[in-house]
Every structure is written in C-alpha cells, then in structure tokens.
Design a protein around this ligand. Structure first.
Ligand code: HEC
Length: 123
C-alpha cells in the first residue's frame, strides 16, 4: 500500500514537470531567428555594442557608462532570462534604456540569439 502511494506521488510529480515544460515551450512559439535578430541588432544595438558585440560601437566613446562587451565572461555567463530582463527593462543610470514598447518580445529574443551567435563566433 505504502509503495503504491509513493508511485502515485511520483507519477503526479512527473506529470506536473511535463506540464510545466510544455507551458514553457509554448511561451516561445518558434526558436529565435538570428537573421531577424541581426537586423534588429544592426538597427538598434550596434551603435553602442559594436558590430561584433565587443562594446566598441561608434557611439560607445561618448557614453559615460560603457556598453557591455558581450564577449566578457561576466556577460557570457549570464542566463538568457537575465539578459532578456535587461533588454526589456534597461539599466538604471545608464544609456541602456528599456526596449519594451520599441521591440516586441520576439524581436528582443531574436536580438539576444544574434548576440549569442556573435560571442560563439568570437568576432
Ligand atoms: C545608447 C547605447 C546603447 C544601445 C543603443 C544599446 N545598449 Fe545595451 N547596454 C548599453 C550599456 C551602457 C550597457 C551596460 C550597462 C551597465 O554596465 O550597467 C548595456 C547593457 C546591455 C546588456 C546587459 C549585458 C550584461 O552582461 O548584463 C544587454 C543584454 C544589452 N545591453 C543588450 C542590448 C540590445 C539587445 C540592444 C539593442 C536592442 C542594446 N543593448 C542597445 C548601451 C546600449
């Protein structure tokens, strides 16, 4: 009897875990599109973060707070969630403003996918 109760609990647990993973997958309908991400990045982000994501865009020199170099470990090690939150809300007292309302959630995810690609390519 005890054993079957344990089994039931296990089944319920995995059922919930499965349901949770499905609802997470639903939040992002498609995998991020790096081609679209590149277009977003070049239009909105390149001026500060630079063509290769090294934080050396044409506007970088004039900024009080330097744009993040995405190749630095402190940035690379951050989770997608954390970086997406920064893109969504911005960084207070820095030129990195919120992109909510300017870019859709999908565009922000695509831009991040492109940033990750730049870092992966190391250029
Ligand atoms: C006006 C200049 C500017 C523009 C344009 C800009 N950023 Fe930033 N961004 C910054 C600065 C400055 C920081 C660093 C703030 C700090 O060090 O606290 C930053 C930080 C970030 C971070 C956090 C990195 C980390 O490791 O925590 C992300 C992600 C980011 N920017 C993405 C973007 C994306 C995506 C775009 C385009 C949609 C964009 N930025 C456009 C200036 C800019």
């Amino acid at each position: 009897m005890v054993e079957s109760a344990t089994h039931t609990r296990l089944i319920v647990f995995f059922g919930l875990a499965l349901a949770a993973s499905f609802s997470l997958a639903a939040a992002q309908d498609f995998p991020p599109d790096v081609t679209r991400g590149r277009a977003v990045y070049e239009r909105h982000c390149l001026a500060c973060h630079g063509a290769g994501g090294w934080g050396d865009g044409p506007d970088a020199a004039t900024l009080r707070v330097p744009p993040t170099n995405f190749h630095r470990f402190t940035s690379v090690l951050k989770s997608d969630e954390e970086l997406l939150r920064t893109i969504e809300h911005g960084v207070v007292f820095s030129p990195m403003h919120s992109w909510q309302g300017i870019l859709t959630e999908t565009e922000r995810q695509d831009a991040l996918a492109y940033i990750r690609l730049l870092v992966q390519q190391g250029r």
